[in-house]
Write a protein that binds this ligand. Structure first.
Ligand code: SAM
Ligand code: SF4
Length: 360
């Protein structure tokens, strides 16, 4: 009996070994990055700095300790890693942070990578808090950026200051105006926060309609210590938000699906598009095509898991040539999905790194 059991087990193990072997061979022999679940990874998000000129209460503690410069990828290293990803089939790069546009010299990287748009890249995009847009929008457009995401959680200047701690709404609005003038397509990212903007999301949606901006509403994710036990109180399920919005707007599900976490609806009254990002109430991982590079050069295969590979050390100790192999191995570790959890018991944090490090 024991022998039969052992034999069965052996057969299963052997089959698994053979299928892994063939999967690895397929992955190695195509130029693309394909993960163990057959998902092609062609989207890279890069956090170019952990620093920011805002201190949004759901993202950072007020007294954030930032990393020393030597721990952060240099601008050249960022570009080198991006170029290897492009060689491995990446078609879209999003630069984020922290606040990407406060990193000194970042426009050079944007200009250089922008030259790939229309050739080896389909898109170069930025997620920004909008504080620098007034003066950088035009250069972004000239560099080849066509779409930007701008975070905005309230339309009342005092409330905006309260949530960002240091932000100036008028400055951001001037930046948005400039972005539209130069031809950048804007999407507003709004984090739904209980007892803060819960009753103002309709107003932001209507304003987005007037300004011809699309909008995405995001659930608070339990990432990084933000001080105290604020997070639990901030959580507002997007399903509730949708029900509230439907009292004022006609929302119609759109068949369109990006490989990203958002699900989209059209808004009849405003004629714009609204996305919902619901990492906590829905799992959106089956079509995930992205990986994230932190400002410290660590590649995370999933926003909500800890599997990672330290590309900075590979680059600094073994050189550029070793990167390709390290990236392929990393993609081989991409998990099937995340398991975010938000509860008082989990003390608000299920992933112990800030969104600003990993890049939202
Ligand atoms: N500073 C830029 C900005 O605010 O757009 C880019 C970086 S920020 C980390 C990227 C996005 O992540 C923003 O839209 C922000 O609202 C969102 N974000 C940050 N922390 C979050 C959290 N804990 N849960 C959900 N979204 C978060
Ligand atoms: Fe800065 Fe963006 Fe985080 Fe706000 S959400 S603190 S703007 S990185």
């Amino acid at each position: 009996m024991l022998l039969i059991f052992l034999k069965l087990d052996y057969n299963i193990l052997f089959e698994k070994y053979i299928s892994n072997f063939f999967m690895n061979e397929i992955i190695k022999n195509t130029n693309k990055l394909v993960d163990p679940f057959g998902r092609t990874v062609d989207y890279l998000r890069v956090s170019v700095t952990d620093r920011c000129d805002f201190r949004c209460t759901y993202c950072m503690a007020e007294d954030m300790q930032f990393l020393p410069k030597k721990n952060i990828l240099s601008l050249e290293e960022i570009e080198d890693i991006c170029r290897i990803f492009i060689k491995l089939g990446t078609r879209k790069i999003r630069l984020t942070g922290g606040e990407p546009l406060v990193r000194k010299g970042i426009m050079q990287v944007i200009n250089n990578l922008g030259e790939e748009v229309g050739n080896s890249l389909d898109e170069l995009t930025i997620t920004t808090n909008g504080s620098q847009l007034e003066f950088k929008a035009e250069e972004l457009y000239k560099a080849g950026v066509r779409r930007i995401n701008v975070s905005l959680d309230h339309l009342d200047p005092d409330k905006f200051r309260e949530i960002t701690r240091w932000g100036d709404l008028e400055k951001v609005k001037r930046g948005l105006k400039r972005a539209s003038e130069v031809g950048l397509k804007v999407k507003i990212n709004t984090v739904a926060i209980s007892n803060f903007n819960q009753n103002h999301l309709a107003e932001i949606l209507a304003w987005c309609g007037e300004e011809s901006f699309d909008m995405t509403i995001i659930e608070v994710m339990p990432m990084g210590d933000i001080g105290g036990d604020k997070r639990y109180g901030q959580y507002l399920p997007v399903s509730e938000v949708r029900k509230d919005l439907e009292k004022k707007f006609t929302l119609k599900d759109l068949p369109e699906r990006t490989s990203g976490p958002a699900r989209y609806v059209s808004v009849k009254e405003t004629k714009n598009k609204l996305g919902f990002i619901t990492p906590l109430t829905h799992n959106f991982c089956e079509s995930c095509n992205r990986v994230r590079l932190t400002s410290t050069g660590v590649l995370y295969m999933c926003l909500g898991q800890d599997d990672n590979v330290d590309l900075k050390t590979v680059l600094r100790e073994q050189g550029l040539n070793a990167l390709e192999d390290a990236i392929r191995k990393a993609i081989g570790k991409k998990p099937k999905g995340h398991d975010f959890e938000i509860s008082r018991q989990s003390r608000n944090v299920s992933i112990n790194r800030h969104m600003s490090l990993t890049g939202g």
